[in-house]
Design a protein around this ligand. Structure first.
Ligand code: CMC
Length: 428
């Protein structure tokens, strides 16, 4: 806190509100006493000017296109680290020393299996259930299976729940896929990496040994790292809001998964690939650009634009490079990638997109890679949820440990009917 303040004057009086600086980025005006002093609320639908919490996990400079996890640039992490290392960093605040990383990796590997009865739970879903519907259900149901890690007042139980969630998400997502294709569930193999194990549980079968392709594994590792956390986005804020009431961590993460599913958020990767397939050929691009610009058409260019980034999303750059690498390795020439490249070039030169600062986001190229690896489109958002779980649990832990934490309870601008008397049904 500094002694800087922001003065506010209205016909009702004058008030001073303290300014609080962050380590980097905009200062915030501390309006906690605003209602008590002025009798007014602030109004900010979509929270475009509101900091809902203090956090030391992720920093975004949307103007410059910078994303830092605990201070480290995302492209450096995507290039050099493993998902286990980034998970440790997000949860504990520092990059692990070699021994700490070994211990963390060992602990996570010891929690990868699911309670056997959960496989029965899967069988309650229709075969054509969307994997995100299964993820919401199964992750929420974990609270019914792991009672010994739901006491949120106990830091040790919170850490066990954190490890369980990070460890079990690949198993849960892979089982959702296996269920949809009618193949047997694959148990985890703790002798391979986190990403290798996920690929094996998804694409392997019990009848054959599964060889992890190192290029695919590297691409998957990058995708997981690029999705690991992203500050106070909609699903993370949902996890925090759910957790603020004291709900258990499994229920909170299930709430985050539900929020992520929407096409304006995590569902955009699925929507972006569907859109690129629909465009089909570069010559159709102008028609779709025109639709995206038309105020009377609800169509938007999926994988384009961002609430915070008013520059190229740094994750999209790594994603594009990874898409090129994966397609080359697999010897695939995908017209969808050509369409994506062409669409990007046209949009970036178009006045509408330049003026509104709309650039490709993380979801623009990820679908091309996931499709090439062999994931069906419906699995894309489930993979996002898998990777984002580490960010969600890191943010949830930070919130529970914050002495300023309170139940989240926004107010409103009421515009409904004023008080009136009940009228009997026959007299209405
Ligand atoms: N195509 C066409 N126009 C767009 C797009 C787009 N993709 N995105 C924003 N605009 C326009 C929008 O119509 C508005 O125009 P105007 O000022 O004339 O009304 C202006 O740009 C500002 O848009 P907004 O909707 O007010 O911005 P927002 O911050 O509320 O929305 C967004 C951000 C990501 C929801 C939006 O850009 C969008 O819907 N993009 C497509 C979906 C998408 O790719 N989502 C993934 C986001 S990144 C991963 C994640 O967070 O999960």
């Amino acid at each position: 806190m500094t002694d800087k303040t922001m003065a506010m004057t209205s016909s009702e009086g004058n008030w001073d509100y303290p300014l609080i600086p962050g380590s980097v980025g905009p200062e915030v005006v501390d309006i906690r006493k605003f209602y008590g002093q002025t009798g007014m609320f602030t109004y900010d639908p979509g929270f475009t000017s509101t900091a809902s919490c203090q956090s030391a996990i992720t920093y975004i400079d949307g103007e410059k296109g910078i994303l830092l996890h605990r201070g480290y640039p995302i492209d450096q992490l995507a290039e050099n680290s493993t998902f286990m290392e980034v998970s440790y960093l997000l949860v504990h605040g520092e990059l692990p020393k070699a021994k700490e990383l070994d211990q963390f990796t060992y602990t996570i590997s010891r929690h990868t299996m699911l309670h056997e009865q959960l496989s029965t739970f899967y069988r309650g879903f229709r075969r054509d259930a969307h994997p995100m519907a299964i993820m919401c259900g199964v992750v929420g149901a974990l609270s019914a299976f792991y009672h010994d890690s739901t006491d949120i007042t106990d830091p040790e139980q919170r850490m066990i729940a954190t490890h369980r969630l990070i460890a079990k998400m690949p198993t849960i997502a892979a089982m959702a896929y296996k269920y949809s294709v009618g193949q047997p569930f694959m148990y985890p193999d703790n002798s391979v990496s986190y990403t290798g194990n996920f690929l094996r549980m998804t694409f392997g079968v019990p009848a054959e040994a599964y060889e992890v392709n190192p290029v695919i594994e590297r691409a998957m590792r990058r995708i997981f790292i690029l999705h690991a956390d992203h500050e106070q986005n909609a699903s993370t804020s949902t996890v925090r809001l759910a957790g603020s009431s004291g709900a258990n961590p499994f229920a909170c993460i299930a709430a985050g998964i539900a929020c992520l599913w929407g096409p304006a958020h995590g569902g955009a990767n699925e929507a972006a690939l569907n859109m690129l397939r629909e465009i089909a050929r570069p010559e159709n691009i102008p028609e779709y650009i025109a639709r995206a610009k038309d105020k009377d058409d609800p169509f938007r260019l999926m994988g384009f634009g961002h609430r915070v980034y008013k520059n190229y999303d740094p994750r999209a750059k790594v994603m594009q490079q990874t898409a090129e690498e994966v397609l080359k390795e697999l010897g695939i020439s995908d017209p969808v990638l050509d369409t994506a490249r062409e669409l990007e070039q046209i949009a970036l030169k178009d006045d509408y997109f330049i003026e509104k600062k709309l650039y490709p986001n993380v979801d623009f190229y990820s679908g091309v890679i996931l499709n090439a690896i062999g994931f069906p489109t419906e699995m894309f958002t489930a993979l996002f949820a898998l990777a984002r779980t580490v960010g969600w649990v890191a943010q949830w832990n930070e919130m529970i440990s914050d002495p300023e934490q309170k139940i989240g309870r926004p107010r409103q601008l009421y515009v409904g009917a004023t008080q009136r008397d009940y009228v009997e049904v026959g007299e209405r």
